[in-house]
Ligand binder design. Structure first.
Ligand code: SF4
Length: 351
């Protein structure tokens, strides 16, 4: 296999070659090794941890089939209005204290109005004055003027996921188009904001759909790619399509890394439930991860995630480029045998 060399120095892997990586004829461990070499060349053994803050939990008029906040979802929702500036600032402080490289402010809805953008910009200004953490915002469809306001306030990255290929998008949502999503990414880029955009795997898409998203993001020069795995929430229109196994989840991460050698690839929503006992292997293709859960579902907490990162031989990078110590992340060796556990006696050997 010369996948790592091809990925880093070209000629770039073609769509048919990338698609082959998702199938069983390419052995998994050598594939992870190739993707790991590319990850190491750009990011070493550093992991960037991100923490989400769901700034508003509310029914949204859009009909995205994977989303429990969508108008068409029957999932129970505990609605709350936009969090106050103080709450979002407190969240940023907590995220930094918990080791986050980046703090992501997310809100449901098709897109914000001008008043909301101005409020958000004020909040971001206050956070950047006080907390040394990078800030990403994900608030739906935006135009260039709105993106400029956020950039001027200190946002350096705007998230807007493609979620799936252009071909498959009508199966997922009808209230906006793939082109609307691309337009938001271009609006962000046009004012110098970095774009963050990824997908959700496990929504009935084909291998080719997944590859098309990887190549689209490469062509758009997106530097941050969250790879989500569908969390099947009862009541949502989209439920598990039966394709996701830990092996497939790893193959998708490897394919994204090899198609996008310089991008941050994030093992994002749903990694815990879909990668299961193979979760630590995701750190070889991916250099970024969420802790403390997602928008409406729980995920693994910081303590257990940091232990996994340390055990796998990786380190946690801070927003200023420094490495967090395990002490400050409160990672301790917690294996001890207490009196309530039976200590096994050595077998008696015959003399
Ligand atoms: S636009 Fe966002 S909040 Fe609204 S349904 Fe789609 S994913 Fe959910």
């Amino acid at each position: 296999m010369d996948l790592a060399k091809r990925s880093m120095y070209g000629p770039a892997l073609r769509a048919d070659e990338l698609e082959r990586l998702l199938g069983p004829e390419v052995p998994l461990l050598p594939l992870i090794h190739e993707a790991g070499q590319v990850r190491e060349a750009t990011f070493g053994n550093r992991v960037r941890v991100q923490i989400l803050n769901n700034a508003q939990n509310a029914r949204c008029p859009e009909d995205c089939g994977y989303c429990s906040q969508s108008a068409v979802s029957k999932a129970p929702l505990r609605p709350y209005a936009w969090k106050s500036r103080d709450e979002l600032l407190a969240g940023a402080r907590e995220a930094h204290a918990a080791g986050a490289y980046r703090y992501c402010i997310v809100a449901s809805g098709r897109g914000p109005n001008e008043r909301r953008i101005d409020e958000l910009a004020e909040t971001v200004r206050e956070i950047t004055r006080e907390v040394p953490v990078k800030i990403c915002v994900s608030v739906g469809l935006l135009d260039a003027e709105q993106a400029r306001t956020l950039r001027d306030a200190g946002v350096d990255r705007l998230n807007h996921n493609l979620n799936t290929s252009e071909r498959h998008t009508p199966e997922i949502v009808s209230t906006h188009t793939y082109a609307d999503r691309i337009a938001t990414l271009r609006a962000a880029q046009s004012v110098g904001l970095q774009a963050c955009s990824g997908l959700i795997v496990g929504m009935g898409e084909s291998d080719r759909d997944i590859v098309d998203v990887a190549l689209e993001l490469h062509n758009l020069e997106v530097p941050s790619i969250p790879v989500n795995f569908l969390i099947p929430i009862e009541g949502n229109a989209l439920q598990a399509d039966g394709t996701l196994t830990p092996e497939r989840a790893l193959r998708v991460l490897c394919m994204f890394r090899l198609a996008n050698p310089k991008a941050e690839v994030r093992a994002a929503g749903g990694r815990e439930g879909h990668l299961r006992s193979l979760e630590a292997l995701a750190l070889y293709p991916a250099n970024s991860i969420f802790v403390e859960g997602y928008l409406t579902t729980r995920g693994r907490g910081a303590g257990a995630t940091y232990r996994m990162i340390r055990d796998a031989g990786f380190v946690v990078e801070r927003a200023d480029g420094s490495i967090a110590s395990w002490e400050e992340l409160e990672v301790v060796d917690d294996y001890r045998v207490d009196g309530s556990l039976q200590i096994l006696k050595p077998a008696v050997t015959a003399s």
